[in-house]
Structures are given as structure tokens and as C-alpha cells.
Write a protein that binds this ligand. Structure first.
Ligand code: FAD
Length: 290
């Protein structure tokens, strides 16, 4: 294990000040389920580790009454997310994604902020968040900025975070009133495995059953989690017929840029994008009919 100085600030301002002071040699730690693995396996380690554990109110989950969106503090754990009554009712896709990560002990530590900042192409929470038009709030010495989540991911392990910034909040569209969301993934083992392909979708229907708003995003088939708006837009103003769903799934497959690696071939991943997109959209159609 690499030696480092451990800091446990009690406020966000202090965390940001430390990050700024040690910029380039410091990393934030939330649950540590990714960071500690990186330090151990790859022998890479920051000189300063700044824990968010003592910072208050970074794990708050709430509905923003003014916008109707749901806001989740970056330090909220995946276990907290899967158990939250508000999120189970309003953000079903995100809840499913959180539930699929690792095991309960991992999810008790792993945070939503860590899942996004680790910037794995297969990050489980990313597709449902992208499908729900999520934004992220980044806090640095100069204050806060909010950006769409799709601008946050720059490449494997790379994000738009500056070295002195902390991801503090995620905001997303809520389910309800004709809108629903879902996440499905394919992996080699059913549990404790990362996704070979993930598909997140959110649909909002009007009174006549036509799609008013559509979000669709893929995981593990590109260098970053991948929104596929051109595929999603094929549904706008349309009924959710099997034929239209198949068209959308083919477009999603065409937009994916998977690679072949030890887990699966690019061809298999492409085929699974189509299969899972059909599965998710049909399931959402059923959910919205009931
Ligand atoms: C056994 C096991 C199974 C797993 N299975 C899955 C899986 O199926 N799917 C999946 O997606 N992941 C999986 N993971 C990976 C991991 O658990 C998640 O990515 C987790 O959500 C990371 O959160 P964390 O709080 O532990 O992050 P940490 O390890 O604390 O941090 C990860 C990275 O993000 C940075 N960071 C964390 N929080 C912030 C913040 N608020 N602001 C700025 N930077 C920050 C850290 O500096 C670090 O670079 C698994 C891990 C293990 C150990």
C-alpha cells in the first residue's frame, strides 16, 4: 500500500481549500471502493487523500419542488439510493442501476459521486442519469458550476472536474405523471460483475400515448457512457409500436462504438445494445400502460 497524508475536513470549503492547496497531488476519497483498488492494484497513489466523510449534508436526497427534479448529494451511497422511498418512486432506473453494483457491503460504501468521478465507461449509474437529463454540480474555490452530465465524461477515467473541484450534487428528471425510467444490463455473472453493456431509458408519454420526451443512453460501449439522442428522437411524437422500438434499437446499435476485450467481443456488445434497448423500451411501455 502506498503511503499518503489523510485529511478529513469538516466542511466543503475546507475540502476545496485542501484540494486547491495540494492540487495535482491530492485525490478526494468518498467510499474508497475504486480509489483504494487503484492504489493497491496499480501502485498509483496520491500524496494527499481528502475524505468527504465528515462533510455534512453531502448525502441529502430530495425533490426540488420548484423544478420537480430530484437532487442527490454526491456522497449518497448506492445502498442509500436503492433504499430511498423517494428514489424508488421517482427514479426507478437509477435505483435499478445502484442495486446492480457489486454487493451490499460494496454499496454501503460506494457513492454516486465516486461512481461518476471514476469515469468508467461501464459506470452503472451513468446511463440512467444521462437518460434522465442529469446535471452535475461542481464546487471549487471560485464557487459552483452546473454542467450537463454528458459534458462531464471526457474519456476513460477522465472528467471535466478541475483538480481543485469536488462533485457535490447530481440533479435529474423525476418519474411520475406519465413518465418512467428503467435500466438493464448484461454481464457475464449475474451478481458482482461489471456491465458488458448497459442501457438506461426514460420516457414521458402524453395523454394519447405518444412520446413527449425520451432519454436513452448506453454504458460500456464507448470510451465514455454514451447518450444516443438521434436514436431517442425517433420516438418523439410517436406511439411505442414494436416496429418503432426496433428502429430505435437499431439506431442505438449503430451509435455504439464498442471494443473487443477480455469480457466480450465488439460484435456481441453491439448485438446486446439492440436486444437490451428493445427489452427496456417494451418494459417501459408496459409500465406506462399500467
Ligand atoms: C467488488 C466490487 C464490485 C464493483 N462492481 C461494480 C459494478 O457492478 N458497477 C459499477 O459501476 N461499479 C462497480 N464497482 C466500482 C465502485 O464500487 C463504484 O464505482 C463506486 O460507486 C465508487 O464510489 P466510491 O465512493 O467508492 O468512490 P471512491 O473510490 O472514493 O472514488 C472514486 C474516484 O472518484 C473520485 N471522487 C469520489 N468522489 C468524488 C467527489 N465527490 N468529487 C470529486 N472526486 C470524487 C476519487 O478521487 C476517485 O478518483 C465495484 C467495486 C468493487 C470493489
Amino acid at each position: 500500500m502506498i503511503a499518503f497524508d489523510y485529511h478529513a475536513p469538516e466542511s466543503l470549503q475546507e475540502a476545496v481549500r485542501l484540494l486547491d492547496q495540494f492540487a495535482g497531488t491530492a485525490r478526494v476519497v468518498a467510499g474508497g471502493t475504486d480509489l483504494m483498488v487503484t492504489c493497491r492494484l496499480r501502485g498509483l497513489g496520491p500524496q494527499h487523500v481528502i475524505s468527504l466523510r465528515r462533510v455534512e449534508n453531502l448525502d441529502v436526497v430530495r425533490r426540488d419542488e420548484a423544478t420537480g427534479r430530484v437532487r442527490i448529494g454526491a456522497f449518497a451511497t448506492l445502498r442509500q439510493i436503492e433504499r430511498s422511498p423517494l428514489l424508488r418512486e421517482r427514479c426507478a432506473g437509477l435505483v435499478e442501476a445502484a442495486h446492480k453494483v457489486g454487493s451490499i457491503p460494496v454499496r454501503n460504501l460506494a457513492t454516486i459521486g465516486g461512481n461518476l468521478c471514476n469515469a468508467s465507461p461501464s459506470a452503472e449509474t451513468a446511463p440512467p442519469l444521462l437518460a434522465a437529463a442529469a446535471t452535475v454540480t461542481l464546487t471549487g474555490p471560485g464557487g459552483q458550476r452546473a454542467i450537463p452530465l454528458e459534458q462531464f465524461f471526457l474519456g476513460p477515467g477522465k472528467t471535466a472536474l478541475q483538480p481543485n473541484e469536488v462533485l457535490t450534487e447530481v440533479s435529474l428528471l423525476a418519474d411520475g405523471a406519465g413518465a418512467a425510467s428503467m435500466y438493464e444490463r448484461q454481464c457475464i455473472r449475474r451478481f458482482k460483475d461489471i456491465a458488458l453493456v448497459g442501457v438506461g431509458a426514460r420516457l414521458a408519454l402524453d395523454g394519447a400515448g405518444r412520446c413527449q420526451a425520451v432519454g436513452l443512453a448506453l454504458g460500456a460501449v464507448a470510451p465514455t457512457p454514451l447518450p444516443v439522442p438521434a436514436a431517442a428522437d425517433l420516438l418523439l411524437g410517436q406511439q411505442l409500436s414494436d416496429a418503432r422500438i426496433a428502429e430505435v434499437a437499431a439506431a442505438a446499435r449503430a451509435a455504439a462504438k464498442p471494443i473487443t476485450d477480455i469480457r466480450a467481443s465488439a460484435e456481441y456488445r453491439s448485438a446486446m445494445v439492440e436486444v437490451l434497448t428493445i427489452r427496456v423500451l417494451r418494459a417501459l411501455r408496459e409500465a406506462l400502460r399500467n
